[in-house]
Design a protein around this ligand. Structure first.
Ligand code: DP6
Length: 309
C-alpha cells in the first residue's frame, strides 16, 4: 500500500500526550506526489516484527519504533499476537527532515488495515497512523490536509480540506542540501521545546487563532502571495521556537540560510515563492507552475519537483 509524504505549512511541534501522540496544536499540510513509501505486511505464526526497508533489514531502533507502534495500536484495533513481516520501499532519503516517518507509518497503517481486514475508514486510519508518528496522521490523506489537535484518541485525527486538484498550478520543490541524519530527532527536539521555550504557549495560541484561519482563507481564494507570506512566517516562527529551546536547536545550516536569501531576492518585486523548513536543513519551496523553471535555475543542490497527491 502506498502513502505519500507531506510537507506541513503550519507545523506540528510538540505533544500533550507522548503515548497517544496528541499534539499541542492543529497543523496543516500538503501531500506530495513525488515522495512515497510502499509497504506490504505479511502476518505469520509466531511473535515479533521483521522490518525491511529498501530491501535491507532495518536497524534495532526502527524495529523498536514499529514494535512500540503495534503495542499502542493494539489498545484500539484488533491486532493479533503474530509475526509481522513488513517490507517497505521508499523513493527518498530517509531521516533527512523529509517526513519519511510520515509516509512510513501511513503506509504501514494502510498495509495492516489490508492484511488484517480491519476495514478502517480514512479518519480511523489517520488515528492509527498518528500512534506511529504524528505527521503520519496527515499522510494517509490526499490533497491539503488538516490534523485536528483534539483531546483524546478519537478527536485527534486528520482529514482532507481541499482535494488534490484544488490548486492545480501549485508546485513544491524539495531542495536536498544534505541527506545525512539530522542531529536532534523531531521527537526529542519538540519535547525540549514544549518544556523549555519561554514563549511556547504564546506560539501555539498565535498559530491556532491567527495563522490557521488566515491560511484557510488564502488557500480557499488561491491567493498565492498571501499563502506564501504565511508559509514563510510560520516556518520562521517554528525555527524561532527551536532557537529559544534549551539547549537551542539549530536545524538550518549556512546553505539553508542562503536559500532563504535567494527566495527573498526572487520575491523582491512580487511574491513568487515560499520556503518552509522542517526539523532539518532541506527546504521545501512552494511556487506556481509559471515560475518553476526560473526558480530551479537559481536553487542549489539536488531538487525534486512535486505536485500535490
Ligand atoms: C517538523 O511526526 O516526525 O516535520 O510524532 O514524534 O514521530 P513524531 O514526530 P514527527 O514530527 C514532524 C515535525 C515536523 C513538522 C510537521 O511535519 O508538522
Amino acid at each position: 500500500m502506498r502513502a505519500y509524504s507531506n510537507i506541513a505549512v503550519l507545523k506540528y511541534w510538540g505533544k500533550l500526550d507522548e503515548q497517544l501522540i496528541l499534539p499541542t496544536k492543529s497543523s496543516l499540510s500538503f501531500t506530495l506526489s513525488e515522495l512515497w513509501t510502499d509497504t506490504e505486511v505479511e502476518v505469520k505464526e509466531g511473535k515479533g516484527v521483521e522490518l525491511y526497508i529498501n530491501g535491507k533489514r532495518a536497524g534495532e531502533r526502527a524495529h523498536e519504533r514499529v514494535n512500540g507502534f503495534l503495542e499502542r495500536a493494539r489498545k484500539f484495533y484488533a491486532i493479533p499476537s503474530a509475526r509481522f513481516i513488513i517490507k517497505s520501499t521508499t523513493n527518498f532519503p530517509l531521516a533527512a527532515g523529509m517526513a519519511s516517518s510520515a509516509s512510513g507509518f501511513a503506509a504501514l497503517s494502510k498495509a495492516l488495515n489490508k492484511a488484517l481486514d480491519l476495514n478502517l475508514d480514512g479518519a480511523e486510519l489517520s488515528r492509527m497512523a498518528r500512534l506511529g508518528s504524528g505527521s503520519a496522521s496527515r499522510s494517509v490523506h490526499s490533497g491539503i490536509v488538516v490534523w485536528h489537535k483534539g483531546e483524546d484518541h478519537y478527536s485527534s485525527y486528520a482529514e482532507t480540506l481541499f482535494d488534490k486538484d484544488y490548486w492545480q498550478d501549485l508546485r513544491v520543490i524539495y531542495v536536498i542540501l544534505n541527506s545525512g541524519e539530522k542531529k536532534v530527532k523531531s521527537r526529542e527536539g519538540m519535547a525540549l521545546s514544549v518544556s523549555t521555550c519561554p514563549f511556547y504557549n504564546f506560539w501555539i495560541d498565535y498559530e491556532e487563532r491567527i495563522l490557521l484561519p488566515a491560511f484557510l482563507e488564502a488557500i480557499r481564494e488561491r491567493d498565492f502571495e498571501r499563502f506564501a507570506t504565511l508559509t514563510m512566517e510560520a516556518s520562521n516562527n517554528m525555527h524561532a521556537v527551536c532557537l529559544a529551546t534549551r539547549p537551542p536547536l539549530f536545524y538550518l545550516n549556512d546553505l539553508s540560510r542562503r536559500v532563504v536569501e535567494l527566495v527573498n531576492a526572487f520575491n523582491e518585486r512580487e511574491v513568487k515563492a515560499a520556503y518552509t523548513f522542517d526539523a532539518g536543513p532541506n527546504p521545501a519551496i512552494f511556487t506556481l507552475k509559471e515560475y518553476m523553471e526560473e526558480l530551479l535555475a537559481l536553487l542549489p543542490g539536488r531538487k525534486i519537483v512535486s505536485g500535490i497527491a
